[in-house]
Design a protein around this ligand. Structure first.
Ligand code: NAD
Ligand code: TYD
Length: 352
Protein backbone atom coordinates (compact mmCIF):
# COMPACT_ATOMS: atom_id res chain seq x y z
CA UNK A 1 0.00 0.00 0.00
CA UNK A 2 1.36 3.40 -0.92
CA UNK A 3 1.34 5.85 1.99
CA UNK A 4 -1.53 8.32 2.14
CA UNK A 5 -0.43 11.87 2.77
CA UNK A 6 -2.10 15.24 2.93
CA UNK A 7 0.21 17.96 1.62
CA UNK A 8 -0.33 21.67 1.88
CA UNK A 9 1.35 23.54 -0.97
CA UNK A 10 1.35 27.30 -0.43
CA UNK A 11 1.62 29.69 -3.37
CA UNK A 12 0.52 26.96 -5.78
CA UNK A 13 -1.19 29.42 -8.13
CA UNK A 14 2.10 31.25 -8.75
CA UNK A 15 4.93 30.46 -11.14
CA UNK A 16 6.99 27.73 -9.44
CA UNK A 17 4.12 26.64 -7.20
CA UNK A 18 1.93 25.75 -10.18
CA UNK A 19 4.61 23.40 -11.53
CA UNK A 20 5.07 21.83 -8.09
CA UNK A 21 1.30 21.35 -7.64
CA UNK A 22 0.94 19.78 -11.09
CA UNK A 23 3.85 17.42 -10.47
CA UNK A 24 2.59 16.32 -7.06
CA UNK A 25 -1.06 15.90 -8.13
CA UNK A 26 -0.09 13.77 -11.15
CA UNK A 27 2.76 11.74 -9.63
CA UNK A 28 1.12 11.02 -6.29
CA UNK A 29 -2.56 10.26 -6.96
CA UNK A 30 -2.79 8.62 -3.51
CA UNK A 31 -1.89 11.96 -1.82
CA UNK A 32 -4.34 14.74 -1.11
CA UNK A 33 -2.91 18.03 -2.33
CA UNK A 34 -4.29 21.29 -0.96
CA UNK A 35 -3.15 24.47 -2.68
CA UNK A 36 -3.40 27.55 -0.45
CA UNK A 37 -2.98 30.84 -2.28
CA UNK A 38 -4.08 34.43 -1.73
CA UNK A 39 -4.22 35.05 -5.51
CA UNK A 40 -2.21 38.26 -5.47
CA UNK A 41 -1.30 39.85 -8.81
CA UNK A 42 1.18 36.94 -9.23
CA UNK A 43 -1.28 34.12 -8.52
CA UNK A 44 -3.47 32.82 -11.31
CA UNK A 45 -5.67 29.73 -11.31
CA UNK A 46 -5.38 29.54 -15.11
CA UNK A 47 -1.93 28.08 -14.35
CA UNK A 48 -3.64 24.94 -13.01
CA UNK A 49 -6.61 24.40 -15.36
CA UNK A 50 -5.35 20.95 -16.38
CA UNK A 51 -5.32 19.58 -12.82
CA UNK A 52 -8.16 21.47 -11.13
CA UNK A 53 -10.65 18.61 -11.62
CA UNK A 54 -8.37 15.88 -10.31
CA UNK A 55 -9.96 14.11 -7.31
CA UNK A 56 -6.82 14.45 -5.15
CA UNK A 57 -6.59 18.25 -5.56
CA UNK A 58 -8.33 21.15 -3.86
CA UNK A 59 -7.76 24.90 -3.88
CA UNK A 60 -8.30 27.17 -0.89
CA UNK A 61 -8.01 30.93 -1.19
CA UNK A 62 -6.45 32.51 1.88
CA UNK A 63 -3.71 34.68 3.31
CA UNK A 64 -0.78 33.09 5.16
CA UNK A 65 -0.29 36.43 6.94
CA UNK A 66 -3.55 35.78 8.87
CA UNK A 67 -2.54 33.71 11.93
CA UNK A 68 -6.07 32.67 12.96
CA UNK A 69 -6.95 31.53 9.46
CA UNK A 70 -3.72 29.53 9.18
CA UNK A 71 -4.13 27.84 12.58
CA UNK A 72 -7.76 26.90 11.84
CA UNK A 73 -6.74 25.51 8.46
CA UNK A 74 -4.13 23.20 10.04
CA UNK A 75 -6.46 22.07 12.83
CA UNK A 76 -9.21 21.30 10.30
CA UNK A 77 -7.10 19.55 7.64
CA UNK A 78 -4.24 18.10 9.71
CA UNK A 79 -1.72 18.25 6.85
CA UNK A 80 1.33 16.03 7.37
CA UNK A 81 3.55 17.87 4.93
CA UNK A 82 3.98 21.45 3.79
CA UNK A 83 5.77 22.71 0.71
CA UNK A 84 5.91 26.43 1.30
CA UNK A 85 6.29 28.62 -1.78
CA UNK A 86 3.87 31.49 -1.09
CA UNK A 87 5.83 34.72 -1.11
CA UNK A 88 6.21 38.16 -2.52
CA UNK A 89 8.95 37.25 -4.97
CA UNK A 90 10.07 40.27 -7.00
CA UNK A 91 13.17 42.24 -5.96
CA UNK A 92 12.12 45.48 -7.71
CA UNK A 93 8.77 45.47 -5.90
CA UNK A 94 10.56 44.87 -2.59
CA UNK A 95 12.62 48.02 -3.21
CA UNK A 96 9.46 50.01 -3.93
CA UNK A 97 7.27 48.63 -1.11
CA UNK A 98 9.06 46.35 1.39
CA UNK A 99 6.18 46.01 3.87
CA UNK A 100 4.27 43.28 2.00
CA UNK A 101 7.49 41.25 1.93
CA UNK A 102 7.69 41.33 5.72
CA UNK A 103 3.98 40.48 6.11
CA UNK A 104 3.96 37.50 3.72
CA UNK A 105 7.52 36.20 3.66
CA UNK A 106 8.40 36.65 7.33
CA UNK A 107 5.16 36.74 9.33
CA UNK A 108 3.33 34.42 6.93
CA UNK A 109 6.09 31.83 7.27
CA UNK A 110 6.04 32.16 11.07
CA UNK A 111 2.25 31.63 11.07
CA UNK A 112 2.70 28.39 9.11
CA UNK A 113 5.49 27.27 11.44
CA UNK A 114 3.36 27.97 14.53
CA UNK A 115 0.46 25.96 13.15
CA UNK A 116 2.70 23.05 12.07
CA UNK A 117 4.39 23.03 15.50
CA UNK A 118 1.09 22.82 17.36
CA UNK A 119 -0.52 20.20 15.11
CA UNK A 120 2.55 18.02 14.48
CA UNK A 121 3.97 17.87 18.02
CA UNK A 122 7.48 16.89 16.78
CA UNK A 123 6.11 13.98 14.71
CA UNK A 124 9.05 13.21 12.42
CA UNK A 125 6.76 11.63 9.80
CA UNK A 126 5.72 15.21 9.05
CA UNK A 127 7.87 17.67 7.12
CA UNK A 128 7.99 21.43 6.47
CA UNK A 129 9.78 22.14 3.18
CA UNK A 130 10.71 25.79 2.93
CA UNK A 131 11.42 26.92 -0.64
CA UNK A 132 13.98 29.71 -0.60
CA UNK A 133 16.41 31.52 -2.84
CA UNK A 134 20.15 31.88 -3.47
CA UNK A 135 19.67 35.64 -2.98
CA UNK A 136 19.98 35.14 0.81
CA UNK A 137 23.74 34.69 0.26
CA UNK A 138 24.31 38.16 -1.16
CA UNK A 139 26.48 38.83 -4.17
CA UNK A 140 29.55 37.08 -5.64
CA UNK A 141 32.47 38.72 -7.39
CA UNK A 142 33.77 37.44 -10.72
CA UNK A 143 34.58 33.98 -9.32
CA UNK A 144 33.24 31.45 -6.82
CA UNK A 145 29.93 29.73 -6.10
CA UNK A 146 27.33 29.67 -3.33
CA UNK A 147 26.95 26.39 -1.47
CA UNK A 148 25.25 25.17 1.72
CA UNK A 149 28.07 26.61 3.88
CA UNK A 150 28.00 30.12 2.41
CA UNK A 151 27.23 32.69 5.14
CA UNK A 152 24.00 34.64 4.74
CA UNK A 153 24.40 38.22 3.50
CA UNK A 154 21.02 39.41 2.14
CA UNK A 155 21.18 42.78 0.42
CA UNK A 156 17.69 43.55 -0.97
CA UNK A 157 14.48 43.76 1.08
CA UNK A 158 13.31 40.60 -0.75
CA UNK A 159 16.50 38.74 0.14
CA UNK A 160 16.32 39.97 3.74
CA UNK A 161 12.74 38.72 4.08
CA UNK A 162 13.66 35.29 2.67
CA UNK A 163 16.78 35.06 4.85
CA UNK A 164 14.66 35.92 7.88
CA UNK A 165 12.14 33.20 7.01
CA UNK A 166 14.98 30.67 6.50
CA UNK A 167 16.28 31.51 9.97
CA UNK A 168 12.84 31.09 11.52
CA UNK A 169 12.48 27.67 9.93
CA UNK A 170 15.89 26.59 11.26
CA UNK A 171 15.13 28.06 14.68
CA UNK A 172 11.82 26.16 14.92
CA UNK A 173 13.67 22.99 14.00
CA UNK A 174 16.35 23.58 16.61
CA UNK A 175 14.14 24.88 19.39
CA UNK A 176 10.87 22.98 18.98
CA UNK A 177 12.00 19.93 17.01
CA UNK A 178 9.94 20.92 13.98
CA UNK A 179 10.92 18.57 11.10
CA UNK A 180 12.08 20.65 8.14
CA UNK A 181 14.18 20.93 5.00
CA UNK A 182 15.22 24.09 3.13
CA UNK A 183 16.16 24.55 -0.53
CA UNK A 184 17.90 27.68 -1.83
CA UNK A 185 17.49 27.84 -5.58
CA UNK A 186 18.81 30.11 -8.32
CA UNK A 187 16.75 32.08 -10.87
CA UNK A 188 13.97 30.02 -12.45
CA UNK A 189 12.43 30.53 -15.87
CA UNK A 190 9.68 28.78 -17.81
CA UNK A 191 5.90 28.88 -18.41
CA UNK A 192 3.58 30.79 -16.02
CA UNK A 193 6.18 33.31 -14.77
CA UNK A 194 4.69 36.76 -14.28
CA UNK A 195 6.10 39.13 -16.94
CA UNK A 196 7.80 41.49 -14.49
CA UNK A 197 10.83 39.15 -14.26
CA UNK A 198 13.54 39.47 -16.89
CA UNK A 199 12.79 36.59 -19.29
CA UNK A 200 8.97 36.83 -19.59
CA UNK A 201 9.16 40.65 -19.56
CA UNK A 202 11.60 40.56 -22.48
CA UNK A 203 9.44 38.04 -24.38
CA UNK A 204 6.33 40.16 -23.91
CA UNK A 205 8.05 43.40 -24.90
CA UNK A 206 9.70 41.87 -27.97
CA UNK A 207 6.32 40.50 -28.97
CA UNK A 208 4.90 44.05 -28.88
CA UNK A 209 8.07 45.60 -30.41
CA UNK A 210 8.50 47.58 -27.17
CA UNK A 211 11.88 48.51 -25.62
CA UNK A 212 13.50 45.75 -23.54
CA UNK A 213 15.00 47.39 -20.43
CA UNK A 214 18.43 46.17 -19.32
CA UNK A 215 19.57 47.51 -15.95
CA UNK A 216 23.01 49.13 -15.94
CA UNK A 217 25.16 47.62 -18.69
CA UNK A 218 23.64 44.12 -18.53
CA UNK A 219 26.81 42.66 -17.00
CA UNK A 220 25.12 41.13 -13.92
CA UNK A 221 25.17 37.34 -13.82
CA UNK A 222 22.35 34.96 -12.86
CA UNK A 223 22.36 31.13 -12.81
CA UNK A 224 19.24 30.05 -14.75
CA UNK A 225 17.28 26.87 -13.98
CA UNK A 226 14.27 25.58 -15.94
CA UNK A 227 11.28 25.54 -13.60
CA UNK A 228 10.38 21.86 -14.11
CA UNK A 229 13.90 20.88 -13.06
CA UNK A 230 13.36 22.88 -9.87
CA UNK A 231 10.02 21.11 -9.28
CA UNK A 232 11.81 17.77 -9.63
CA UNK A 233 14.45 18.87 -7.10
CA UNK A 234 11.73 19.91 -4.64
CA UNK A 235 10.00 16.54 -5.04
CA UNK A 236 13.28 14.69 -4.36
CA UNK A 237 14.25 16.80 -1.36
CA UNK A 238 10.77 16.64 0.15
CA UNK A 239 10.68 12.84 -0.10
CA UNK A 240 14.31 11.79 0.33
CA UNK A 241 16.39 14.33 2.22
CA UNK A 242 17.32 13.78 5.87
CA UNK A 243 15.70 16.01 8.48
CA UNK A 244 17.11 19.55 8.82
CA UNK A 245 19.02 19.28 5.53
CA UNK A 246 19.57 22.31 3.33
CA UNK A 247 20.44 22.24 -0.39
CA UNK A 248 21.61 24.86 -2.84
CA UNK A 249 20.12 24.22 -6.29
CA UNK A 250 21.17 25.78 -9.58
CA UNK A 251 21.27 25.16 -13.30
CA UNK A 252 25.08 25.38 -13.67
CA UNK A 253 24.17 27.92 -16.25
CA UNK A 254 25.46 31.33 -15.16
CA UNK A 255 25.01 34.00 -17.83
CA UNK A 256 25.23 37.77 -18.06
CA UNK A 257 21.83 39.44 -18.49
CA UNK A 258 22.84 40.88 -21.85
CA UNK A 259 23.76 37.40 -23.11
CA UNK A 260 20.38 36.05 -21.98
CA UNK A 261 18.45 38.81 -23.71
CA UNK A 262 20.50 38.63 -26.93
CA UNK A 263 19.88 34.89 -27.16
CA UNK A 264 16.18 35.44 -26.46
CA UNK A 265 15.96 38.12 -29.17
CA UNK A 266 17.58 35.82 -31.74
CA UNK A 267 15.09 33.02 -31.01
CA UNK A 268 12.17 35.48 -31.09
CA UNK A 269 13.24 36.76 -34.53
CA UNK A 270 13.26 33.18 -35.76
CA UNK A 271 9.88 32.29 -34.21
CA UNK A 272 8.17 35.50 -35.32
CA UNK A 273 9.82 35.36 -38.75
CA UNK A 274 11.36 38.78 -38.35
CA UNK A 275 14.64 39.72 -40.09
CA UNK A 276 17.61 38.68 -37.89
CA UNK A 277 18.61 41.53 -35.56
CA UNK A 278 15.14 43.13 -35.38
CA UNK A 279 14.44 42.26 -31.73
CA UNK A 280 17.96 43.06 -30.50
CA UNK A 281 17.41 46.66 -31.59
CA UNK A 282 14.78 46.89 -28.85
CA UNK A 283 17.42 46.45 -26.11
CA UNK A 284 17.53 49.65 -24.06
CA UNK A 285 20.00 50.27 -21.24
CA UNK A 286 18.21 51.93 -18.31
CA UNK A 287 19.11 53.15 -14.79
CA UNK A 288 20.46 50.33 -12.65
CA UNK A 289 18.46 48.68 -9.86
CA UNK A 290 19.50 50.17 -6.48
CA UNK A 291 21.81 47.75 -4.66
CA UNK A 292 21.83 45.40 -7.67
CA UNK A 293 23.61 42.15 -6.74
CA UNK A 294 26.38 41.55 -9.27
CA UNK A 295 26.63 37.80 -9.61
CA UNK A 296 24.88 34.62 -8.42
CA UNK A 297 26.23 31.14 -9.18
CA UNK A 298 25.40 27.88 -7.42
CA UNK A 299 27.39 24.79 -6.56
CA UNK A 300 24.77 21.98 -6.60
CA UNK A 301 27.22 19.18 -5.71
CA UNK A 302 25.37 18.18 -2.54
CA UNK A 303 21.95 17.55 -4.12
CA UNK A 304 23.63 15.89 -7.10
CA UNK A 305 25.66 13.45 -5.03
CA UNK A 306 23.22 12.81 -2.16
CA UNK A 307 19.97 12.67 -4.13
CA UNK A 308 21.09 12.12 -7.72
CA UNK A 309 19.41 15.28 -9.01
CA UNK A 310 20.64 16.86 -12.24
CA UNK A 311 19.17 19.76 -14.21
CA UNK A 312 17.81 18.03 -17.34
CA UNK A 313 17.02 21.05 -19.50
CA UNK A 314 19.76 22.98 -21.33
CA UNK A 315 19.31 26.76 -21.45
CA UNK A 316 18.80 26.71 -25.22
CA UNK A 317 16.08 24.05 -24.95
CA UNK A 318 14.43 25.65 -21.92
CA UNK A 319 14.41 29.10 -23.48
CA UNK A 320 12.85 27.76 -26.69
CA UNK A 321 10.17 25.91 -24.70
CA UNK A 322 9.50 29.04 -22.65
CA UNK A 323 9.21 31.32 -25.69
CA UNK A 324 6.90 28.79 -27.40
CA UNK A 325 4.70 28.68 -24.32
CA UNK A 326 4.31 32.48 -24.13
CA UNK A 327 3.69 32.80 -27.87
CA UNK A 328 1.04 30.07 -27.62
CA UNK A 329 -0.55 31.65 -24.55
CA UNK A 330 -0.97 35.27 -25.53
CA UNK A 331 -4.42 35.29 -23.86
CA UNK A 332 -2.70 34.50 -20.55
CA UNK A 333 -0.14 37.24 -21.18
CA UNK A 334 -2.79 39.80 -22.12
CA UNK A 335 -4.87 38.87 -19.09
CA UNK A 336 -2.05 39.22 -16.53
CA UNK A 337 -0.76 42.44 -18.09
CA UNK A 338 -4.15 44.17 -17.95
CA UNK A 339 -5.06 46.27 -14.91
CA UNK A 340 -2.28 47.65 -12.71
CA UNK A 341 0.60 46.23 -14.75
CA UNK A 342 1.83 49.40 -16.47
CA UNK A 343 1.32 51.57 -13.36
CA UNK A 344 3.75 49.37 -11.46
CA UNK A 345 6.52 50.07 -14.02
CA UNK A 346 5.76 53.80 -13.97
CA UNK A 347 6.11 53.84 -10.17
CA UNK A 348 9.25 51.70 -10.23
CA UNK A 349 11.08 53.81 -12.81
CA UNK A 350 9.88 57.06 -11.19
CA UNK A 351 11.84 55.97 -8.10
CA UNK A 352 15.13 55.42 -9.95
P1 NAD B 1 5.32 34.05 -7.63
O1 NAD B 1 5.37 35.50 -7.25
O2 NAD B 1 5.13 33.68 -9.07
O3 NAD B 1 4.14 33.32 -6.83
C1 NAD B 1 3.91 33.53 -5.47
C2 NAD B 1 2.54 32.98 -5.13
O4 NAD B 1 2.32 33.20 -3.73
C3 NAD B 1 1.39 33.65 -5.89
O5 NAD B 1 0.50 32.68 -6.38
C4 NAD B 1 0.73 34.52 -4.83
O6 NAD B 1 -0.66 34.70 -5.05
C5 NAD B 1 1.00 33.72 -3.55
N1 NAD B 1 0.98 34.57 -2.35
C6 NAD B 1 1.62 35.76 -2.18
N2 NAD B 1 1.34 36.25 -0.95
C7 NAD B 1 0.53 35.34 -0.34
C8 NAD B 1 -0.06 35.27 0.94
N3 NAD B 1 0.09 36.27 1.83
N4 NAD B 1 -0.81 34.19 1.26
C9 NAD B 1 -0.99 33.18 0.36
N5 NAD B 1 -0.45 33.21 -0.88
C10 NAD B 1 0.31 34.27 -1.22
O7 NAD B 1 6.63 33.41 -7.03
P2 NAD B 1 7.59 32.27 -7.60
O8 NAD B 1 8.57 32.89 -8.51
O9 NAD B 1 6.77 31.14 -8.07
O10 NAD B 1 8.36 31.85 -6.27
C11 NAD B 1 7.83 30.85 -5.41
C12 NAD B 1 8.77 30.67 -4.25
O11 NAD B 1 10.05 30.27 -4.72
C13 NAD B 1 8.99 31.94 -3.42
O12 NAD B 1 9.05 31.58 -2.07
C14 NAD B 1 10.34 32.45 -3.91
O13 NAD B 1 10.99 33.16 -2.89
C15 NAD B 1 11.05 31.15 -4.24
N6 NAD B 1 12.08 31.24 -5.28
C16 NAD B 1 11.78 31.81 -6.49
C17 NAD B 1 12.76 31.84 -7.50
C18 NAD B 1 12.47 32.42 -8.86
O14 NAD B 1 13.39 32.52 -9.68
N7 NAD B 1 11.25 32.79 -9.17
C19 NAD B 1 14.03 31.29 -7.24
C20 NAD B 1 14.28 30.71 -6.00
C21 NAD B 1 13.29 30.69 -5.03
P1 TYD C 1 14.78 39.31 -12.14
O1 TYD C 1 14.12 38.47 -13.19
O2 TYD C 1 14.00 40.44 -11.55
O3 TYD C 1 15.30 38.30 -11.02
P2 TYD C 1 16.27 38.59 -9.74
O4 TYD C 1 16.35 40.03 -9.50
O5 TYD C 1 15.55 37.87 -8.65
O6 TYD C 1 17.59 37.98 -10.09
O7 TYD C 1 16.11 39.91 -12.76
C1 TYD C 1 17.10 39.08 -13.31
C2 TYD C 1 18.27 39.95 -13.70
O8 TYD C 1 17.85 40.81 -14.78
C3 TYD C 1 18.71 40.89 -12.60
O9 TYD C 1 20.13 41.04 -12.66
C4 TYD C 1 18.02 42.21 -12.92
C5 TYD C 1 17.95 42.19 -14.43
N1 TYD C 1 16.78 42.86 -15.04
C6 TYD C 1 16.99 43.77 -16.09
O10 TYD C 1 18.13 44.04 -16.51
N2 TYD C 1 15.89 44.35 -16.65
C7 TYD C 1 14.62 44.10 -16.21
O11 TYD C 1 13.64 44.70 -16.75
C8 TYD C 1 14.43 43.16 -15.14
C9 TYD C 1 13.06 42.86 -14.62
C10 TYD C 1 15.55 42.56 -14.60
Amino acid sequence: MQPQRHLLITGGAGFIGSHVVRRMVLRYPHYRITNLDKLTYAGNLENLRDVEDKPNYQFIRGDIADPVFVMNLFVTHRFDGVIHLAAESHVDRSILEPDDFVATNVLGTVNLLNAARVVWERDTRCRFHHVSTDEVFGSLGDTGFFNEQTPYDPRSPYAASKASSDFFVRAYGHTYGLPYVITNCSNNYGPNQFPEKLIPLAINNVRHLKPVPIYGRGQNVRDWLYVEDHAEAIDLVFHKAPNAATYTIGGSNALRNIEVVRKLCAIMDEKLQRPPGTSEQLITFVADRPGHDYRYAIDSTKIRTELGWVPRTSFEEGLRKTIDWYLNNTDWLDHVTSGEYLHYFERMYANR
